[in-house]
Ligand binder design. Sequence first.
Ligand SMILES: Cc1cc2nc3c(=O)[nH]c(=O)nc-3n(C[C@H](O)[C@H](O)[C@H](O)COP(=O)(O)OP(=O)(O)OC[C@H]3O[C@@H](n4cnc5c(N)ncnc54)[C@H](O)[C@@H]3O)c2cc1C
Length: 488
Amino acid sequence: MGRSFRFVILGGGVSAGYAALEFVRLGIPAGDLCIITDEAVAPYERPALSKGFLLPEGAVRLPAFHTCVGVGAERLTARWYKEHGIELLLNTQVVSVDLKRQTLLTSAKETIAYLTLIVATGARVLRLEEFGVTGADARNIFYLRNLHDATKLVEAMQSCSGGKAVVIGGGYIGMECAAALVSNGVHVTMVFPESHCIARLFTPQIATFYEDYYTRRGVVFVKGTVMSTFESDIDGKVAAVVLKDGTRLPADLVVVGVGIRPNTTLLEGQLTMEKGGIKVNGKMRTSNSTVYAVGDVAAFPLKMYGDVRRLEHVDHARKSAAHAVESIMHPERAKDYDYLPYFYSRVFSLSWQFFGDNSGECLLFGDLKSEKFGAYWVDRGRLVGAFLEGGSKSEYAALAVVARKRPMVEDVQLLAGQGIKFALALCEATSSDSLVSTMAATDDERGAMAAVASDLLQHSGFKVGAGIVVAVAVSWVAYWYGRKKWRK
Ligand SMILES: Cc1cc2nc3c(=O)[nH]c(=O)nc-3n(C[C@H](O)[C@H](O)[C@H](O)COP(=O)(O)OP(=O)(O)OC[C@H]3O[C@@H](n4cnc5c(N)ncnc54)[C@H](O)[C@@H]3O)c2cc1C
């Protein structure tokens, strides 16, 4: 029998780093926590691998992007774990988990016992071999999930300047890798089966903006088709990618980003699964009361929408990890996880963020030519999702508020006309919410303020439907109250 810990985190990625920070914040004693990871380094901000890490100049390298710098918190180097008495087992794969005995078996043949286990195993890339493609193990084919992959990709890009790359997959990993390749002087062709890039989120119009931008930087798009085989040279390296229709794309290197699968294998048959992941409740607890699951691997109740989702995004990894730790340490005060979906991407000098859900009708706003535009999704009369390219900090914050509030929208055209102003007004109103709830001493006073607000609205012409009416009314009332207080 090996060591035993009060808490064990299986996996050492984004969630593990944020969970560790939360454990320390909540005051766990030294020696209580162990993190086991098959990676060679302490947890880091994985999104950096397809962005700053791939830059031709001024690229970021560890230790600069260890968690939790992604939210401006402490940078947890291996030393930090040591100083806080956290056992960080690097280069150690967990090969089996016995939930009945509450033990894990590592590749070093050590059995580690736990009282509470947090599963934070993330996901693995889908490989072309899994689609029956032969020759997909050639050494100039690259995937991107971890530091090791990213390091290999950097070496390949640097030795391939002026050469040709084929990127297979049009999701955000494919798009970010394509941008990095171009920045490193490599000619890129992107191949994907969908009719436009980032098809899970973008509408054709939004996608066209990004595809045009890439095209101006020399990227060639081959859409609506898939690769069929690789042509290899005498060294066994891929020399060309052959598409279904026989088109041959010469390639010095190939980057594949065709999706991921959550790492659930060790827990299958032991925990309830859903949506391809480990089912958890609002406390991130699995079907076994001593086991929690967080990040990419967890299928959790998305309270806002009343359904179960599995999200593969860093913000959820960070927040679900902190939430699980709070639930473990303070079960009496922990509420149910109430998550607002949020994700982002940065390519070239572009940068977008999305909040909420992309269901229903999509309304574009702003000016695509000026590279500052956005979109709202309205589903059954409610604004449910918001997207913005080129926004400022406060504009993105306003989008989050709007997506969380899900206001009713009566006139979608007016909403599109208001664009980001709608979100900003609602955001301002929301920040005044608490003030408003405390400011009206009596019903009469409340009524008087409402009358003022309604009068203002009737004469302002600033009307787009119930949502904005409420937003402006609340802002005005807050303003009115502020003046009243000041006069006292
Ligand atoms: C290149 C890249 C760019 C990204 N960019 C963005 C972005 O711009 N925006 C965004 O929202 N999201 C982005 N993501 C997604 C985001 O990084 C993930 O959602 C997040 O990392 C999930 O955190 P996690 O802790 O669940 O899993 P991970 O961070 O993947 O960590 C899982 C860890 O568990 C380890 N592990 C797995 N099985 C075992 C085992 N049996 N034994 C030991 N260790 C094990 C893994 O090696 C890994 O270290 C990106 C992902 C990648 C790969």
